[in-house]
Design a protein around this ligand. Sequence first.
Ligand SMILES: C=CC1=C(C)c2cc3[nH]c(cc4nc(cc5[nH]c(cc1n2)c(C)c5CCC(=O)O)C(CCC(=O)O)=C4C)c(C)c3C=C
Ligand SMILES: [Fe+2]
Length: 441
Amino acid sequence: MSKQESNSPKLNSKEDDSSTGFIGKKLSRREMLRLTGVGGLGLLLGGGGIGSIIAARSAAAPSRAAQASSALADSIPFFGEHQAGILTPAQNFLCFAAFDLTTTKLSDVKKLFQAWTSTAASLTSGQLIGNVNDNPNLPPTDTGEADGLSPSRCTLTFGVGPSFFDGRLGLGSQRPASFQDLPVFTGDNLEPQWCGGDLCVQACADDMQVAFHAIRNLARIARGTAVLRWTQEGFQRSSGADPKGATPRNLLGFKDGTGNPDVTDRKEMDTVVWNNNGDGPSWMNGGTYMAVRRVMLRIEVWDRSNLSDQEATFGRHRQTGAPIGSKDEFDDLDLKATDASGKLIIPENSHSALAHGDGTVKMLRRAYSYSSGMNLKTGQLDAGLLFISFQRDLVKQFVSIQQRLSKNDKLNEYMTHTGSAVFACFPGAREGGYIGQSLLG
Ligand SMILES: C=CC1=C(C)c2cc3[nH]c(cc4nc(cc5[nH]c(cc1n2)c(C)c5CCC(=O)O)C(CCC(=O)O)=C4C)c(C)c3C=C
Ligand SMILES: [Fe+2]
């Protein structure tokens, strides 16, 4: 398989049997009736009634039955060995939320994680949350804006920050040894409003309203136990605009994700992403560490730099994504190749050269562009990248690469890191269990 294929949204072998495959789940009769909208009147009409209801719908409006089958096609199971939203091919949209705890009771947190688990299972399969949605005397248990929408490959990925272990909950001894806030890197311009969090939820979906609905309802359910600390929405090109699923381009116009490790290679994922026996506390086995950096891009300055300077910045050609001097996007980076005058073809201060290093330290990147209107102080666009990466060890992987980048990266002229957070993402939850169970028991 070419790397190009591995970047396109399709099943990988691991996803077949664990968390991140497209749904193989059969709908229950109740679910099918709800999705086809025939739980009440339809039943009275019998089978012919269902058929005539469906036939009566206009061709332009997708029927409930069509929605039911599309729910099957674009739902990613919540339960599994690993959490979904990590190896899952990136969806079109992101809604990221960091939360602060407002309780010091571990029992409250356990209840929240249990409630979030059942809610997440409903959200990712396109079902309404709870069963109080048609009682006129009570507030509905689902806010309703995703009613009738397909699951849109929604994934919800949960994690806890270093502050979760600061003693409030009595979990200090469970903190993995090297799990702490990132150090301050050269050039950081961090703003507290984009940093930290006791908990996080990464909601990704091919529809923004579905992703927003998920975060809104998880925040609503958390009331009394946790409150939102910061949120950031993000986007990539949509699968409608690029059905072939080529590597997405960032807001600087370059393909971003080419050098990612192959998510279909189980051995590589065990080396790069998943915690295994002996890596740290056993509650993290099957989990991974997430690094989040909100990076504002100086788009207006970039737009005034010439193409050859832009390509030297990344060490890659803009159009093809190939390393400078090569033709194909997935050609290896030859960091020793020189031109006739003995000069390195890929500049050593280019982003790709520095991030690649000697090629032994890798991470899985899953970044989204963001656009948050205009910076009122500068009059420039407040846009950039919500950089998200997953790795087995934050210090050995993220920190060592970011230390090199922060000192010498040519890309630093065009960006500022304004936000920073790290989270320990639990292993996947099994059906009947809940997220974080390996930690909270
Ligand atoms: C510490 C980790 C990294 C940060 C922070 C980061 C920011 C950042 N990156 C781009 C755009 C590109 N990055 C590319 C490659 C690349 N970047 C990192 C790490 C960080 N990037 C790695 C590990 C790699 C892969 C290196 C390799 O082994 O080949 C590329 C090239 C294409 C690709 O491989 O994806 C681009 C483009 C931006 C815009 C950005 C912050 C705003
Ligand atoms: Fe990068």
